[in-house]
Design a protein around this ligand. Structure first.
Ligand code: 13P
Ligand code: ZN
Length: 269
């Protein structure tokens, strides 16, 4: 077997998680990331006999046999680069979809993130929309979080405000952002609710908690959250000031044409 720490997907995962920490999105153990991998990507680094089996406590039958590199529960993003084997795990969803076989990682006896229901259920839904989806990412960016205290949680209003804050927002997330009200985290219920929201958008805000993003790779998913968070930052800088200018719906339509994207149906006048 080759050294798993040299796998390109492993180095990219560690770099992305470090970058998320450096952006201030992941205090303490805040946030979690899952990256779906093909057997062909994993085979030369791990596989065969499982180190141990970990119950999922929910069913993910659609993902049977699928491989995921996932952050560990209670683990600090700042530490991942220094001790990947303690802070990350490579799992394969077992037959029947009720447990995970650990192939590498969680070396101090740990397990995958408490938000695995939201991750796996979101993977299932995003794969239906885009078979190329590979990443689900959750974090706690300050401005998006702050916005959920002072802005309506209506999805259309929330999305339109973000689109108006930076010209490129509508290009990066034309499907907008969906929003869940405050719910208890780490549960199957919030997992189901998040996955349902993932049917129509790649970004799902958890009010007073954080955000979920989904995408084809780590860069794309990071970039989605980065763009939404930048827009929320601008909103938090201007929300208390008199608004003199904005990006109009007419200009948003021009951007649709220029960048060949289609804004979420019914969101522009
Ligand atoms: P975990 O440490 O279990 O990943 O939880 C962090 C978090 O952000 C919960 O929403
Ligand atoms: Zn969280």
């Amino acid at each position: 077997m080759k050294d798993i720490l040299n796998a390109s997907w492993m180095t990219e995962m560690i770099r992305t998680i470090t970058n998320m920490y450096n952006h201030g999105w992941d205090e303490r153990n805040g946030g979690n990331v899952s990256l779906m991998l093909e057997e062909s990507q994993v085979a030369e680094y791990a596989g065969g006999e499982a180190l141990r089996s970990i119950p999922l406590n929910f069913r993910a039958a659609e993902l049977e046999g699928r491989y995921f590199l996932v952050t560990g529960t209670g683990k600090y993003f700042k530490n991942v680069q220094y001790a990947p084997e303690q802070n990350l795990g490579l799992i394969r969803i077992a037959q029947g979809g009720e447990s995970a076989e650990l192939l590498w990682g969680y070396a101090d006896g740990g397990k995958f993130t408490s938000e695995l229901p939201a991750h796996l259920m979101s993977h299932i839904e995003r794969l239906r929309v885009n078979p190329g989806n590979r990443v689900v990412m959750h974090c706690h960016p300050a401005n998006l979080l702050a916005m959920t205290y002072v802005h309506s949680l209506d999805e259309k209003k929330f999305t339109r405000t973000l689109w108006q804050m930076c010209t490129e927002c509508i290009v990066v997330f034309p499907d907008g952002v969906n929003v869940l009200p405050w719910m208890l985290c780490g549960t199957e219920e919030i997992g189901r609710a998040t996955a349902q929201k993932m049917q129509t958008a790649r970004l799902v805000v958890w009010a007073q908690h954080g955000i979920y993003g989904a995408g084809a790779d780590l860069d794309e998913t990071f970039g989605l959250i980065e763009t939404a968070e930048k827009a929320a930052e601008i909103y938090m800088k201007i929300a208390h000031l008199p608004l003199v200018n904005t990006i109009t719906d007419e200009q948003l339509h021009q951007l649709e044409g220029r960048f060949d994207v289609k804004a979420r149906e019914g969101y522009l006048s």
